[in-house]
Design a protein around this ligand. Structure first.
Ligand SMILES: C[S@@+](CC[C@H](N)C(=O)[O-])C[C@H]1O[C@@H](n2cnc3c(N)ncnc32)[C@H](O)[C@@H]1O
Length: 399
């Protein structure tokens, strides 16, 4: 039976197309609340919501958003699996890579942005303890209250190793290393379209015949300016994304930093690759129960929405904020460059452990898996330290 709240059909929004698992019936009230709130927002604004506002609503609505709610997001039973969730080896490699810097600067802390379920924090703290290179404190900055609760529970036993702080806002008077794995791809993006006459449109959503549909309107001035500020010309007949929040977000994170190294890892590439003519439908991906697809207009606030990271834009934002870019490389090279994978004692493992470890290394490093598609960028503020593992392959010329 089609249930309709005034104009927007719940059934249309929450019945996934064939091939995707159904939404649990226990989420009935939740889907109704989401539909009502979405409809009010869109109709209040002349039946138009920019894609950025829609993504903000879906992911970060204060009560209903994907990241605000307690849905099971991570791991095999959730929607997606990140590198630290695949294996503690990922965090151990990062720990090994940054240990020399922490030994040089005993007064430094680590601040992790968007720590998810705390898997990266756990593996880094445990491995830094083995290396006798623990920082002053390990700080976690999270926007999701439910994930912050999970992080606190998981990391409590590690408080005996290092002071763990759960932050509500960017760190102040900070000296140390800021980490962010798959956080920038969770920032809200605008979607745009350039037609064959080079006219620029802002993509958004609207309600028509009880359905959420994609619509386009003349781009507002801020979006025109953001596209004009790119280092390259956008091809004709081209749809893509741009993260207008990137620079203000980076500024907010770093304004309280006295001396910092920032290390970001994420899906992404340079601007030339991001806006290359063959990628004419953008990089937007939705993740739902381990299925990836690109229809963001279904399952609002029930599925994850991400866009790949434009690392040229990240680098440019950092330069404009007075920072430097000492390194940009692939995940495979950084993990291998840390030297940790080469130290693994396979002889001491049983067959199952050997198999699981080899499989994790393959997933994390093979080019067809995460090895090439995931990039690492180091940014320095008031600091000239290098991370040796980041130097194994320098891809800054691609930016
Ligand atoms: C895709 S998950 C990645 C989680 C974790 N880093 C991992 O690798 O498993 C994105 C994380 O970023 C958080 N997040 C999103 N926007 C954020 C922001 N502006 N500041 C801090 N955390 C944010 C989300 O709540 C979530 O924990």
């Amino acid at each position: 039976m089609t249930k309709t709240i005034n104009k927007l059909s719940i059934q249309h929004l929450f019945t996934p197309p064939p091939g995707l698992p159904n939404v649990a019936s226990s989420l009935g009230h939740h889907t109704q609340d989401i539909t009502e709130a979405l409809e009010i927002r869109i109709t209040k604004n002349n039946n138009f919501m920019s894609f950025a506002e829609y993504m903000q609503f879906c992911l970060y609505h204060s009560q209903l958003g994907y990241y605000s709610g307690g849905l099971h997001k991570f791991g095999p039973d959730g929607d997606f699996t990140t590198a630290p969730e695949i294996s503690p080896l990922f965090g151990e490699c990062i720990a090994k890579a940054i240990a020399p810097l922490l030994l040089n600067h005993p007064e430094w802390s680590i601040c992790e942005l968007g720590p998810g379920r705390g898997a990266l924090a756990e593996s880094i703290i445990k491995h830094l303890a083995r290396l006798n290179a623990l920082p002053q404190s390990y700080q976690l900055l999270e926007v999701s209250a439910s994930l912050s609760d999970l992080q606190q529970t998981r990391l409590k036993p590690l408080n005996k190793l290092v002071e763990i702080k759960h932050l509500q806002q960017a760190p102040e008077n900070f000296k140390g290393i800021i980490l962010g794995n798959e956080v920038i791809d969770a920032l809200v993006v605008e979607r745009f379209y350039v037609n064959d006459e080079c006219e620029l449109f802002q993509i958004g959503v609207s309600i028509q015949n009880e359905k959420l549909v994609e619509v386009a309107q003349a781009a507002p001035a801020y979006l025109v300016e953001a596209i004009q500020n790119l280092d390259i010309d956008i091809p004709k007949n081209f749809r893509s994304e741009i993260c207008c929040q990137l620079k203000p977000w980076l500024q907010n994170i770093t304004q309280g930093c006295k001396e910092a190294i920032l290390l970001f890892s994420d899906y992404g590439f340079s601007q030339r690759e991001y806006y290359s003519p063959e990628r004419n439908d953008g990089t937007l991906r939705c993740h739902y129960r381990q299925h990836a697809h690109n229809n963001a207009l279904i399952l609002p606030a029930i599925q994850d929405i991400t866009a790949w990271v434009d690392f040229t834009a990240l680098g440019n934002a950092a330069l404009e904020l007075g920072m430097e870019i000492p390194a940009y490389s692939t995940q495979a090279h950084v993990l291998l460059g840390s030297g940790h994978l080469q130290d693994i004692d396979f002889e001491a493992m049983n067959e199952v452990q050997r198999f699981q470890t080899s499989k994790a290394i393959q997933t994390l490093t093979l080019p067809a898996n995460m090895g090439e598609r995931f990039r690492f960028m180091q940014l320095n503020k008031n600091c000239d330290e290098l991370i040796p593992a980041m130097q194994l392959r320098d891809l800054r010329h691609q930016l």
